[in-house]
Ligand binder design. Structure first.
Ligand SMILES: [Zn+2]
Length: 64
């Protein structure tokens, strides 16, 4: 399913594809489509909202 996120580096919004069949709690790393910085994303399924809530962090694996 598509969910919108905002990049913590460039603050641009873009869509991310998340696969519910991969589990209710997922840790993803996704490169921003605009600035290409790696973003750590914790996705947690919210049964009430029927979508993932996203915990977005700057990936610590990246050095400027
Ligand atoms: Zn970005």
């Amino acid at each position: 399913m598509q969910q919108k996120i905002r990049c913590p580096f460039c603050l641009e919004k873009f869509s991310l594809e998340i696969y519910p069949e991969d589990g209710d709690n997922q840790d993803l790393t996704y490169d921003c489509e605009i600035c290409c910085h790696p973003i750590d994303i914790g996705a947690h399924w919210n049964e009430d909202l029927q979508k993932f809530t996203l915990d977005i962090r700057r990936s610590t694996g990246f050095s400027e």
